[in-house]
Design a binder for this molecule. Structure first.
Ligand code: FAD
Ligand code: NAD
Length: 454
């Protein structure tokens, strides 16, 4: 065999974590290669996650608004029709523009893009099974694993991405289902449930816990969000577990019962969306052969500098600890490359915002009220409804509140939670406030233009 070429840094995975690390390393002058098996850069986020889902959320919201919310605004429209094929094309245009943009950035920053599946041959060598046929291998002084995550399957239901779908099938349905059952009322369930509900499906969300929104959403905000989504037509079954599914007939039968035991009920569905969380993806990587550990949830174990037991191999993004968010992956990519090039790097995990892109959006940063209460810190809560905000009033879009939690003694902000129009943009200010250690008075004394939602 020929000697494998040696790079300063080899990255396995070309998702947000991997491509940001690759570009940063290229900019820092490292000789870098990035291996991606999908055939396109951008990972889950650009290809089947953040970007396509936001395209569908935006356009389905427009459609729904035009259909149901124009008359009272003095706009008479007739003959509104859904062209789902075109809506999907619009989505694909956004996706392909962005993924090609990354290929361009790779070229510009001297990143070698290797199209194929990587697996550890030894501690410094990654063997690659090339998409276009054949094999190669590449040696890295440093290696970053950024292989991301995959949907957690639901036992007993086999995913075909047509009738029983994960988010990947849910962003590509060929027609609007009459009835959709969503298993899991987390972010994916509520975002994709919203899309298909707006386009005409009858959507029922089955959630095991007593609240929707997944981990991290403040309980008060979650309750309010549920009410708003119910007003829009979504149905919820909380504290409910799915016991079995049967997809042998024309309609899929989903059996559910109260989480604590109780009467069984059967829900009919044309499409079932399984959205019970995602799990790290490391299949075929061969980490076990070189002694890299995973924890009980399959996450690759690292220290504070993203190092595995083998210090030249680092891990970032969805396949290790922390929230599975694109901007978290991106921050870790920058920090990991800085550890390699400068010996220091930093991510403030207390100030990573979360946004759910329903309408209204839900956004938060910092701790929930329950977390603050459990920590034993004395705190104050202040909240303000959009129904009393002048811009929300002019926009006839007044559902939601802003909630601040601050330390009772120092007034330092501990958490900000918003459900309301444009919450996802507004939370940037909250994140900055948290990052700078602001008090709630600092924010109150900052001039905000009138009339704005901010
Ligand atoms: P990934 O993006 O999963 O990238 C990993 C890449 O590695 C993949 O392309 C994979 O093909 C490749 N790979 C894996 N193994 C190998 C191998 N052995 N060899 C070569 N390549 C390999 N986050 C947000 O912040 N905001 C959102 O709005 C948002 N929306 C989402 C919507 C959906 C429907 C989903 C599913 C996720 C969403 N997320 C969102 C989460 C976000 O997509 C992830 O947090 C992000 O993609 C993580 O980036 P990553 O690089 O760690 O992993
Ligand atoms: P999630 O963890 O947000 O929610 C999963 C939900 O399913 C939870 O509420 C959980 O209680 C419930 N659940 C688990 N098992 C269940 C069962 N057997 N029956 C019924 N309910 C069950 O996970 P997700 O919505 O699948 O999203 C996966 C990841 O993708 C998340 O980490 C999320 O951060 C990320 N994501 C982010 C965005 C965004 O930032 N806007 C969008 C989509 C996805």
């Amino acid at each position: 065999a020929t000697e494998a070429e040696e790079k300063d840094l080899v990255i396995i995975g070309g998702g947000v974590a991997g491509y940001v690390a690759a570009i940063k390393a290229g900019q820092a002058g490292l000789k870098v290669a990035c291996i991606e098996k999908r055939g396109a850069l951008g990972g889950t986020c650009l290809n089947v996650g953040c970007i396509p889902s936001k395209s569908l959320l935006n356009n389905s919201h427009l459609y729904h608004t035009i259909l149901h919310d124009t008359k009272n605004r003095g706009i008479e429209v007739g003959d509104v029709k859904l062209n789902l094929e075109q809506m999907m094309k619009a989505k694909e245009t956004s996706v392909s523009g962005l993924t090609k943009g990354i290929e361009f950035l790779f070229k510009k920053n001297n990143v070698e893009y290797i199209r194929g599946t990587g697996a550890f041959a030894d501690e410094h060598t990654v063997a690659v099974n090339l998409i276009d046929g054949g094999e190669t291998s590449v040696r890295g002084k440093n290696i970053i694993i950024a292989t991301g995550s995959e949907a957690t399957p639901f036992p007993g239901l086999s995913i075909d991405e047509k009738r029983v779908v994960t988010s990947t099938g849910a962003i590509a349905l060929k027609e609007v289902p009459k009835k959709m059952v969503v298993i899991g009322g987390g972010i994916i369930g509520l975002e994709m449930g919203s899309v298909w509900s707006r386009l005409g499906a009858e959507v029922t969300v089955v959630e095991f816990l007593g609240q929707i929104g997944g981990p991290g959403m403040d309980a008060e905000i979650s309750k309010m969000t549920q009410k708003i989504l119910q007003k829009q037509g979504m149905k919820f079954k909380l504290n409910t577990k799915v016991t079995k599914g049967d997809d042998s007939g024309d309609t899929i039968k989903i059996s559910v019962e109260a989480a604590k035991g109780g009467k069984e009920e059967t829900l009919d569905a044309d499409v079932v969306l399984v959205a019970i969380g995602r799990r790290p993806y490391t299949a075929g990587l061969g980490v076990e052969n070189i002694g890299i550990e995973t924890d009980e949830r399959g996450r690759l174990v690292i220290d504070q500098e993203y190092r595995t037991k083998l210090p030249h191999i680092r891990v970032i993004g969805d396949c290790t600890f922390g929230p599975m968010l694109a901007h978290k992956a991106e921050e870790e990519a920058v920090a990991a490359v800085e550890f390699i090039t400068k010996n220091y790097g930093h991510v403030n995990y207390n100030a990573i915002p979360s946004v759910m892109y329903t309408h209204p959006e839900v956004a938060w940063v910092g701790q929930t009220e329950a977390e603050v209460k459990n920590s034993g810190v004395k705190y104050n809560v202040g909240s303000f409804p959009f129904s009393a905000n002048s811009r929300a009033k002019t926009n006839l879009d007044t559902d939601g509140i802003v909630k601040f939690i601050a330390d009772a003694e120092t007034d330092r902000i501990l958490g900000i939670h918003i459900v309301g129009p444009n919450a996802g943009e507004m939370i940037a200010e909250g994140t900055l406030a948290l990052e700078y250690g602001a008090s709630s008075e600092d924010v109150a004394r900052t001039s905000h233009a009138h009339p704005t939602l901010a």
